[in-house]
Design a protein around this ligand. Structure first.
Ligand code: DX5
Ligand code: ZN
Length: 221
């Protein structure tokens, strides 16, 4: 399976975002991971759809919008208009609204012809999202509690990745994208891929690197 590296612009210098996006593309990134935080679902506030709109013309890479926000359905159209290629929403944010909200949100994203994905926090069993596996293009398994870059990878995540890959294969989607987000670095990337993940988000590992090209290449191997 093709391994894709998605540097998170959360770790970039926000005053110089255009240059950061161009640089990670030049250095071999496959996706631009955009961490959208609302100050409610997670403590910090980062940016909204306007940021994606502004970086859209600067890169050919797909924009991967990770929405760490309450009521994600209300924001879908703005991220679609801004040019997101994939939009992922949190199971927890949806489940607290109603039993059907997650599926409604995923279907809304797909109705625009944009890829959709569902995210689980470290304390959410991966089995909770099995019902939407047939619907999604990607599953995002958080390997830290969302909100901040630079945290340590939670090793229990590996078992969830294995279960997700196994279940995807069981339902006839062996090539489904499984993304892992949080604490990914050159030391643990091989183990994470061996567990079945094929899309690796890396914020601090890429942006704190003195040689981004080398770091991205090493994460891919
Ligand atoms: C965490 C974000 C991550 C984060 C990853 O809330 O969703 O994308 O930026 O950063 P690192 O790779 O530094 O853990
Ligand atoms: Zn993220």
């Amino acid at each position: 399976m093709k391994i894709k590296i998605a540097p998170s612009i959360l770790s970039a210098d926000f005053s110089n975002m255009g240059a950061a996006v161009k640089k990670i593309e030049q250095c071999g990134a496959d996706l631009i991971h955009c961490d959208v935080m609302d100050g409610s679902f997670v403590e910090p506030i980062t940016f909204g759809a306007q940021m994606l709109k502004n970086i859209r013309p600067l890169t050919k890479l797909p924009l991967d919008a990770h929405l760490m926000i309450e009521h994600p359905k209300t924001q879908v159209k703005f991220f679609v208009e801004a040019g997101a290629d994939i939009i992922t929403v949190h199971y927890k944010a949806c489940a607290k609204i109603s039993e059907t909200y997650l599926e409604e949100t995923l279907r809304l994203i797909k109705s625009y012809g944009v890829k959709c994905g569902v995210v689980v926090n470290p304390d959410v069993p991966v089995e909770n999202i099995f019902p939407v596996f047939p619907l999604v293009d990607m599953v995002l398994i958080m390997s830290v509690y969302p909100g901040y870059g630079g945290q340590k990878f939670i090793p229990e995540t590996l078992e969830k990745i294995k279960k997700a890959r196994q279940f995807a294969a069981n339902i006839g989607k062996p090539d489904m994208d499984i993304e892992v987000d949080g604490g990914v670095n050159e030391d643990n990337a091989a183990t994470i891929k061996a567990a079945g993940a094929n899309v690796l988000v890396a914020g601090s590992a890429v942006f704190n690197s003195s040689n981004m090209q080398k770091t991205i290449a090493e994460l891919k191997i």
